[in-house]
Design a protein around this ligand. Structure first.
Ligand code: NAD
Length: 426
């Protein structure tokens, strides 16, 4: 467990990092090349993925360190353009590992397919007719995907709601609960919904309108918790009590105010999305699920909680929908995504979800700890300054020199960066 923690990964060169990763996880040369950007997705492969392809769009890929999830050491690939995120996750994972790391689990990988049934003579009666025929519908749905059936997945249940709506009158919404195993499940669900609709029309006498997955995957939840021991909380001039109570007070703000909760949850998604993207998963789906879940009580609130632990330390929890797969979509098509999954050593979608939700919790802590103490900009500024320096036109060694100058002046702005570059060139 201590092995990966000992290396100061950030001090290594790009080549040394690649070599270290290969040694640590036994990755083959082509897998390392897919992670470093030497190879990876080709325009020809991309041309088969979406329409009108002209090329590729790259993002930085970093490896978050120090993560221990359910007792297992994990190197976490994160694809993200924003500075501080990878460093923040790694640092918080280090604090959490002193408390045993992250403890995470998932509910079964059950997704929801929706079917809208309109033009019903008697919607209340039609609802009961569907429920009476639940067994037939499940049997029919079970025939659709032989692979899922063989793997122990498939339909689990039917729910029907009557919705009163003034624009078009009452209609029914049928939910098919469907276990998609290691897939994200959108295609599997959408296929099932389309195949079930003739039978539903026959049962109800109505017309099936929309048939589509719901991204509010509230039956497929990932949960993580961690404890930061009291001894790990103090830093600089901030006492452990001040850090802990400051974080709890910051969380209380997000737990009660949607304006703050949106930013609080965005911080969580900084970590979540970076891993979702690195593994070729659909981050729009995960985003949609997260925010809809955050508003499930009728008010948009924090997805996480922070409170005082038994030993005076800090306890964090995060619960959110996590519709990610290790098969399907781009996960097995994109060479970097495949190598990213191999790097983490995940065997199932639920194991991947456990890592992602842990990274989300770590990221949340990184933001709250900074906000509740020295402010977000201090840690952020050095990295932000480098981006500003590059944007202003600095190259090579000049990037760090200019960034240092901007930070020293406490004026990290592109106009000032350009001005300094101009002064230096004269
Ligand atoms: P998919 O259809 O490519 O793969 C899933 C299939 O793989 C299963 O149906 C099964 O037959 C097979 N399979 C093999 N091994 C499996 C295993 N161990 N576990 C489960 N299935 C296994 O992919 P998908 O996950 O159904 O769909 C994901 C894609 O759908 C994503 O690319 C997403 O962007 C896209 N999509 C999303 C939405 C949405 O979010 N609203 C809508 C439409 C499409």
């Amino acid at each position: 467990m201590a092995e990966t923690a000992r290396v100061k990964f950030y001090n290594l060169s790009l080549e040394e990092r690649a070599r270290w990763l290969a040694e640590q996880r036994g990755l083959a040369a082509d897998e390392i090349a897919a992670l470093t950007g030497e190879s990876g997705l080709t325009p020809e492969q991309a041309d088969h993925m979406i329409e009108n392809v002209i090329g590729l769009h790259a993002l930085p890929l970093g490896i978050a360190q120090n993560f221990v999830v359910n007792g297992r050491e994990v190197l976490v690939p994160m694809a993200i353009e924003e500075p501080s995120v990878v460093a923040g996750a790694s640092f918080m994972a280090r604090l959490a590992r002193a408390g045993g790391g992250f403890f995470a689990h998932t509910t079964p990988p059950e997704m929801i397919g929706q079917m809208q049934i309109i033009q019903l003579e008697n919607p209340a009666e039609a609802r009961l007719k569907i429920l009476e025929r639940q067994a037939d519908l499940l049997l029919e749905a079970g025939k659709i995907d032989a692979v899922l059936a063989r793997l122990g997945g498939g339909p689990r249940g039917i729910e029907v709601r009557l919705i009163e709506q003034s624009a078009i009158g009452p209609f029914l919404v049928l939910h098919l609960i469907y276990d998609v195993r290691d897939a994200m499940g959108a295609n599997a669900i959408n296929t099932a919904m389309e195949r079930l609709s003739p039978l539903v029309e026959e049962i109800t006498g109505g017309k099936v309108h929309l048939r589509i997955l719901s991204n509010l995957a509230d039956r497929r939840l990932a949960r993580a918790r961690c404890t930061i021991p009291f001894s790990e909380l103090a830093f600089n001039d901030f006492s452990a009590d001040a850090v802990r109570d400051g974080i709890i007070a910051a969380w209380a703000f997000a737990a009660s105010d949607p304006y703050r909760a949106a930013t609080h949850n965005k911080g969580i998604m900084n970590g979540v999305d970076a891993v979702v993207i690195a593994t070729g998963n659909d981050w729009r789906a995960v985003e949609a699920g997260a925010h809809a879940y955050a508003a499930r009580g009728g008010k948009y609130i924090s997805l996480s909680t922070w409170s005082k632990g038994a030993d005076g330390g800090l306890v964090g929890t995060l619960e959110m929908p996590m519709a990610v797969g290790t098969v399907g979509g781009a996960t097995r098509v994109h060479p970097t995504a495949k190598a990213a999954l191999k790097l983490m050593g995940v065997q199932s979608a639920s194991q991947l979800a456990e890592i992602i939700v842990s990274v989300g919790l770590a990221q949340n802590l990184a933001a709250l700890r900074a906000l509740a103490t020295e402010g977000i900009q201090r840690g952020h500024m050095g990295l932000h300054a480098r981006q500003v320096a590059i944007a202003a036109g600095a190259q090579g060694e000049m990037v760090n020199r200019l960034a240092d100058q901007l930070v020293a002046e406490r004026n990290v702005r592109i106009d000032r960066a350009e001005e300094i570059l101009h002064e230096w060139s004269n």
